[in-house]
Design a protein around this ligand. Structure first.
Ligand code: NAP
Ligand code: G4F
Length: 336
C-alpha cells in the first residue's frame, strides 16, 4: 500500500487551518500542525477535534523551530496559513505583523531550502486580496485578477505583499513548487469573533435571545467579496495537486457591504430593521480603509476546476444558525 501523503499546516489553530485539517484527514493525509506558545488554549481544542493530527510546537519567527517541524513531519506539502491576520490589529502592531506575516514566510522557505527539501516539497502561501487595496485607479470593473496592480493599505497588506513576492522569488530562483492563493474574504462557523462577519452573527444570535442589546461597529459602507472558508481550503489543496505551481485568485465575483450583511443576518432572526441595534464605535475605524474588494476567480475555475458551493445568503444563514446553536448549547449548560 502507498505511504500516505504528509502535510504540515502552519496556522492550524485558525479558521482555515481547521477546515484544511478536516479536508486533508478525510483525503487520507498524515497531518501535522504547527502550534505556537507555551500554553496555547487552542491546542487542546484542536487535539479534541482532530485526535489523529500531530501537533508540533513552533513559531514562524523562530527559524530553528521551523527546521525541526520540517524534519519531524517530513511533509510533502506545506500550507503556510500562519499570520497576524487582523488588519486593524496590524496598524497597532506593525513590527510584529512584519515579523510574522512577512518575514515568517522567508523563515519557512529558507528552512525548506537548508534542510534539502526544495525539490520534494510543495508549498502553499496564503496571499490575500488586501494586497490590492481597493482604490479607484487600480480597480478593474470585473474584479481583481492575478495580474492586477497591488496597492496595500495596511501594515498587514504590506507584510502579505512581501510574503507573496518572496514566495514568487523562491519559485523563480530555486525552481521550488510554490503556489500563492490570492484569497478574497472567506468566513464561516470557525471565523474568529474579531472579524466583522462573525462579530455580527454572534451578536445577532445573542440579541435575538435577549442576551445582548446592541453591536459596536466601525464603517458600514465597505464592500467585500465574501465566500465560505470550506470552499476556499479546497481551492488551496487543488493548487498543490495541479501539475505546475502558479498564483490563483479565489473569490465569488460578487461584492456586498457590511450593511447588506447586517440586513440578511438580522432577517434570519426575524428583525427587519437592524439600525436600532447598531452603534458607531470610533475604536473600530482604521487609519486607512479598503473601500471595496471584488475578485475574478476565472483562472482558478478554468485551470483548477475550482467551484464554490455556498453563496452570500447561504453563508450568512449558516453562520447565524451556527451561532444560535452555540447560544442554545450555552444555555443548556447553564440550566440546572
Ligand atoms: P486566523 O484564523 O487569524 O489564523 C491565524 C493563525 O496563525 C492562527 O492559527 C495563529 O495561531 C497563527 N499564528 C499567528 N502568529 C503566529 C506565529 N508567530 N507563529 C505561528 N503561528 C502563528 O486566520 P485565517 O482566517 O484562518 O487565515 C489563514 C491565512 O490566510 C492567514 O495567513 C490570513 O492572513 C490569510 N487570508 C485569510 C483570508 C480570510 O478571509 N480568512 C483571506 C485571505 C488571506 P494562534 O492560535 O496561536 O493565534
Ligand atoms: O472582517 P474584517 O476585519 O476583514 P478585512 O479587514 O477585510 O480582512 C480580512 O480579509 C482579508 C482578505 O481581504 C484577509 F486577508 C484578512 O486576514 C482578514 O481575514 O473587516 C471587514 C470590513 C472592514 O472594512 C472593516 O473596517 O469591516 C469593517 N468593520 C466595521 N466594523 C469592522 C468592524 N471590522 C472588524 N473587524 N470589526 C468591526 O467592528
Amino acid at each position: 500500500m502507498a505511504e500516505p501523503k504528509r502535510a504540515l499546516i502552519t496556522g492550524v489553530t485558525g479558521q482555515d487551518g481547521g477546515h484544511l485539517a478536516e479536508l486533508l484527514l478525510a483525503e487520507g493525509y498524515a497531518v501535522y500542525g504547527l502550534v505556537r506558545g507555551q500554553n496555547n488554549p487552542r491546542r487542546a481544542q484542536l487535539q479534541a477535534e482532530f485526535p489523529t493530527l500531530t501537533v508540533i510546537e513552533g513559531d514562524l519567527t523562530d527559524p530553528a523551530s521551523l527546521v525541526r517541524a520540517l524534519e519531524r513531519s517530513d511533509a510533502n506539502e506545506v500550507f503556510n496559513l500562519a499570520a497576524v491576520s487582523h488588519v486593524g490589529f496590524s496598524f497597532a502592531n506593525p513590527t510584529l505583523t512584519a515579523d510574522v506575516t512577512g518575514k515568517g514566510v522567508l523563515n519557512l522557505l529558507e528552512a525548506i531550502r537548508i534542510t534539502g527539501r526544495s525539490e520534494r516539497t510543495r508549498f502553499y502561501q496564503a496571499s490575500t486580496s488586501e494586497m490590492f487595496g481597493g482604490l479607484d485607479y487600480n480597480r478593474p470593473g470585473n474584479g481583481y485578477t492575478e495580474d492586477s496592480l497591488f496597492h496595500p493599505r495596511s501594515p498587514y497588506g504590506v507584510a502579505k505583499l512581501y510574503g507573496h513576492w518572496i514566495a514568487k522569488n523562491y519559485r523563480e530562483s530555486y525552481g521550488m513548487f510554490i503556489s500563492c492563493g490570492i484569497l478574497f474574504n472567506h468566513e464561516g462557523e470557525r471565523r474568529g469573533k474579531e472579524f466583522v462577519t462573525r462579530k455580527i452573527t454572534d451578536a445577532v444570535a445573542r440579541i435575538s435571545l435577549g442576551r445582548q442589546s446592541h453591536i459596536d461597529l466601525g464603517n458600514l459602507w465597505p464592500k467585500r467579496d465574501w465566500g465560505y472558508a470550506g470552499d476556499y481550503v479546497r481551492g488551496m489543496w487543488q493548487m498543490l495537486q495541479h501539475s505546475e505551481p502558479d498564483d490563483f485568485v479565489l473569490a465569488t465575483g460578487e461584492t456586498h457591504s457590511i450593511e447588506d450583511f447586517l440586513t440578511l443576518a438580522f432577517a434570519e432572526v426575524g428583525i427587519e430593521d437592524w439600525r436600532p441595534y447598531v452603534r458607531q464605535d470610533a475604536a473600530q475605524l482604521r487609519p486607512a480603509e479598503v473601500d471595496i474588494l471584488l475578485g475574478d476567480p476565472s483562472k482558478a475555475e478554468s485551470v483548477l476546476g475550482w467551484r464554490r458551493d455556498v453563496d452570500f445568503p447561504g453563508l450568512v444563514s449558516r453562520m447565524v444558525a451556527h451561532d444560535l446553536a452555540v447560544q442554545s448549547e450555552e444555555s443548556g449548560t447553564r440550566t440546572p
